[in-house]
Design a protein around this ligand. Sequence first.
Ligand code: IFM
Length: 486
Amino acid sequence: MVIAAGHVVPQAEAPAALTFPPSFIWGTATAAYQIEGAAALDGRTPSIWDTYSRTPGRVRNGDTGDVATDHYHRWREDVAIMADLGVGAYRFSLAWPRIQPTGRGPSVQKGLDFYRRLTDELLDKNIQPVATLYHWDLPQELEDAGGWPERATAERFAEYAGLAAEALGDRVRTWITLNEPWCSAFLGYASGVHAPGRTDPVAALRAAHHLNLGHGKAVQALRANLPADAQVSVTLNIHHVRPRSGAEEDADAASRIDALANRVFTGPMLQGAYPEDLLRDTASLTDWSFVKDGDLREIAQPLDFLGVNYYTPTLVSGGAAETSHGSDGHGNSAHSPWPGADGVSFHLPPGSTTAMGWAVDPTGLYDLLVRLKDDFPQLPLVITENGAAFDDYVNPEGEVNDPDRIAYLQGHLAAVHRAIQAGADVRGYFLWSLLDNFEWGYGYSKRFGAVYVDYPTGKRIPKASARWYGGVARTGLLPGPDSDQG
Ligand code: IFM
């Protein structure tokens, strides 16, 4: 209390730090094509992203992942940075074209050795490795043979999963099959803003099914090659879809997008069936006869947790199509990534935005986690990505101060804490990303890292948010929004 002019004025007290469970896992995340570079070294062959990014006009500024952050050579330094921060886990992806270059046949020793060295170093520093098998870098030869719209790609993926587990299962205990299959299917084959850049809505639906099938087969291949205590999962970018109003047409729009974004994956993977409304909404495009007998049984494999990536909510309306938000927040294309949802309009949710133009709204994360708890009560959850891009720069003192990112992370971690209080079984959080990196169609123009990368030299500069996050990871205590930053 403060006494002023004879009155007692209540003073805002600094909010107390929030305490996370001692077993909560604090990590950072990256993906192979976004950071590794060394695109043609040690037997690696092109993936669809090499081809796509080398195609003029596809990626901003003509950027490619040829060098990226040069993590392939600087991995030891990057692990040391994580150790300094004090994070307990690192989620990275294995580059399929580095391990099995053509997507067929035996593995390449040099490719596997890179991941052996990396994981040995992580374990040495008490950082738990979490490997994602597929973060979008399909070997180009498999795309030339038809890519994810073809069933054979699911078979190839399972074979690769078995090879990877056999080679690395002695040191990696947590495995994720696919990262964000929605992006692979619908941005890759419908809107074309991701590799391979096709714009065929039926191919996108076929791709979604074969990604589901590949996931189910890969889970089985992993389990067959991993110790019994290994953890196996998938990462979905579950969209938290909100209707713009209480009108029936807006609710219908939200439900359509929920089916196309979320239930197209959670249905078969977690409940053994495609949702009826999805089949109905897409019936004018396909009869789904590419789903064969036994597929759904194969897809619905038990998982040890669900990986959830969240950045921003999705706001939609139905009725007459509008162009209020221009796109769905995933790059601009004349082609929709939402087959069968022609009348749906996308809107920018209220509030401030990140450098991606994505609304900052931690309530979306809270609502999403609570919904997942209600829908799948037995399934533990891990936030496998959350973070934000801002226009970071190095100041004359050589530092990078990023208070907006700290505020973003603080707000979202507080939402995770609230969700845990509300009963959601959230086991961990991985900040996207450890490093600034190749942000797909946006090239190097968007910086998501907790660590700044000076691309011409490769120099790493931990941002203020890295120090802040390290403090949270080391203590399990989340400071209030206005506490000293960094
Ligand atoms: O950079 C991507 C990542 O590869 C997948 N999830 C979203 C991130 C930010 O767009």
